[in-house]
Design a protein around this ligand. Sequence first.
Ligand code: TYD
Length: 139
Amino acid sequence: MKNNPVELVDLPKIDDPRGNLTFIEEERHLPFSIRRVYWIYDVPGGQTRGGHAFREQQEMIVALSGSFDVVIDDGGESRRFHLNRSYFGLYVPNGVWRFLDNFSTNSVALVLSSTFYDERDYIRDYGEYLRYRKSTGTH
Ligand code: TYD
């Protein structure tokens, strides 16, 4: 499946002395319809989340509070994105290995997903991921 590349999306930011406001509209700021929203919070220092790829699921990850890193691994190279502003969203297409680390105290990672939760969509073994990339011709 051909997909958009990993991209840091600059979301609208309404500056206001009463407090700022940011929003996301599906199909406009992300190239998919939102099926599910989940968030990761209360992450103890030094912990890592993720560590898998999805066959179908596309995501947008936002650091709603605090900061953390998202590491994207295409099977050859890896790229580290430091998310520390709630007006940036990291678009992660399907078929891409990722993990999250470097969580600050009280950080919240908001994830907008293109699919309902389905464990069968996960590739949790890195060796299997490399074989998957080879078989799909993406690497
Ligand atoms: P997982 O996706 O592995 O967490 P992360 O990638 O953020 O480290 O999910 C952890 C557990 O939570 C796993 O048992 C599946 C479950 N889960 C759901 O039941 N629904 C969901 O929407 C998500 C994201 C996870």
